[in-house]
Design a protein around this ligand. Structure first.
Ligand SMILES: [Zn+2]
Length: 397
């Protein structure tokens, strides 16, 4: 990826990471860069497309996404150049391009997804790939890994991320005005979330949920032994070193303004991988509920959520169960849990009899005795408290 001096190029860090650019506009702009040679104008927020200049926050976000780079100056603007990834997207759009339009008042994710697919089915995969490999996505992903996968509602999520983003790299000292369309995270974070939603990386059922399974590719080939606690703690230190290095890369790319937020957010997931390795070995490579053996479908599920666990708890195999993706999701959403003393399954009344059958669940199921270590029982008690709390508010289906 091309490096920029954020100050000389007069780019805004917040726009590079989370510019308020709707999904369709990004694709329209790529097309315009490829055909009319769209330009970027420093700091300009009002220039319209008549002059062949894109809205700066969008063009900056595209730079952050690695789709375009800044070329030679043209007057007081800069020529935008498609990167390799941008060129690929442009080529896929070229033949069947029709302006991407998400709808005027309520941007529809479904609509833009259909537009992308009907333009060229491969465009969807290429765009998704470009996004997954971009810094903005990686940072969002690490933010979610660090802070938990779901929030009570999207508003809370947006405000949380915005507060962090704003406090740490936005020099704007004015109080946060939620209604403002141009200066707040309300506009920025949804761009990332919209992209995630278009590519099915986040699902929304009253909760926003990050689908870790889809992103983290675990190298199961590597599994040949267990990692002991000491090794895992060493891995944690290694991770921290990686954070520092990633931060340095980002500083050289984006300038020091991003230092704080990046160091707080960028993490490597090798630790989680090792945690899963350990569970895979100890729990014989099978979902402890249904016996699923296909490696791609298995997940190392934390009993006490990773977000609320300290370092030792995060890597403690007693704080984990190897589950298939369905059973992991049920457990993670507190739709099933296991009695700490007997290991017997508890199934939420929120599930219908038909779904319980589809999910291959039986009221008679119990965790095997060897899984009921004292430590795991303690973690399960925490999980059960939360389960019971939620269960009280649920309606019988
Ligand atoms: Zn299962």
């Amino acid at each position: 990826m091309k490096k920029y001096d954020i100050k000389t190029a007069n780019l805004e860090f917040k726009n590079l990471l989370s510019g308020p650019a709707p999904v369709g506009r990004i694709l329209n702009y790529i097309y315009l860069v490829g055909t009319i040679g769209l330009k970027h104008k420093n700091g300009n927020r009002t220039t319209n497309l008549q002059n062949g200049v894109g809205y700066a926050w969008t063009t900056e976000f595209m730079i952050g996404l690695g789709l375009v780079s800044l070329g030679s100056p043209v007057g007081n603007a800069f020529k935008l150049e498609l990167t390799d990834v941008g060129t690929e997207l442009f080529a896929l759009m070229e033949k069947n391009y029709k302006s991407f339009d998400e709808g005027s008042t309520n941007a529809s994710i479904d609509r833009v997804r259909k537009q992308i697919q009907s333009c060229n089915p491969r465009l969807f995969d290429s765009f998704k790939n470009a996004f997954i490999n971009s810094y903005p996505f990686k940072i969002l992903r690490e933010f979610l890994l660090e802070n938990g996968f779901y929030y009570k509602n999207s508003r809370e999520f947006i405000n949380n991320l915005f507060e962090i983003v704003k406090n740490q790299y936005d020099s704007d000292t004015k109080p946060y005005i939620q209604e403002s369309r141009t200066t707040t995270g309300e506009n920025r974070v949804p761009s990332l979330l919209q992209l995630c939603k278009v590519f099915n990386l986040l699902t929304e059922n009253g909760y926003l949920q990050f689908d870790e399974f889809e992103i983290v590719k675990i190298d199961f080939q590597e599994i040949d032994r267990e990692y002991n606690k000491k090794e895992l703690i060493a891995a944690e230190a290694e991770e921290r070193a990686l954070i520092i290095n990633s931060t340095k890369d980002l500083i050289s790319m984006y300038g020091e303004d991003g230092n704080v937020i990046v160091s707080a957010i960028v993490r490597n997931s090798s630790l989680q991988t090792k945690f899963k390795h350990n569970l895979t070995i100890q729990q014989k490579g099978k979902c402890v509920v249904c016996g699923m053996e296909h490696k791609e479908l298995l997940i190392g599920s934390h009993i006490k959520s990773s977000a609320t666990s300290d370092v030792v708890e995060k890597i403690d195999h007693n704080n984990g169960l190897l589950l298939c993706c369905n059973h992991d999701k049920l457990f993670d959403r507190y739709l099933i849990t296991f009695d700490a003393d007997t290991g017997r399954i508890k199934i939420s009344k929120d599930l219908t009899v038909a779904d319980i059958k589809r999910l291959n669940l039986s009221e008679n199921f119990s965790l095997s005795e060897e899984l009921l270590t004292k430590e795991r029982q303690d973690y399960l008690r925490l999980h059960n408290t939360k389960y019971e709390e939620l269960e009280k508010s649920r309606k019988h289906k």
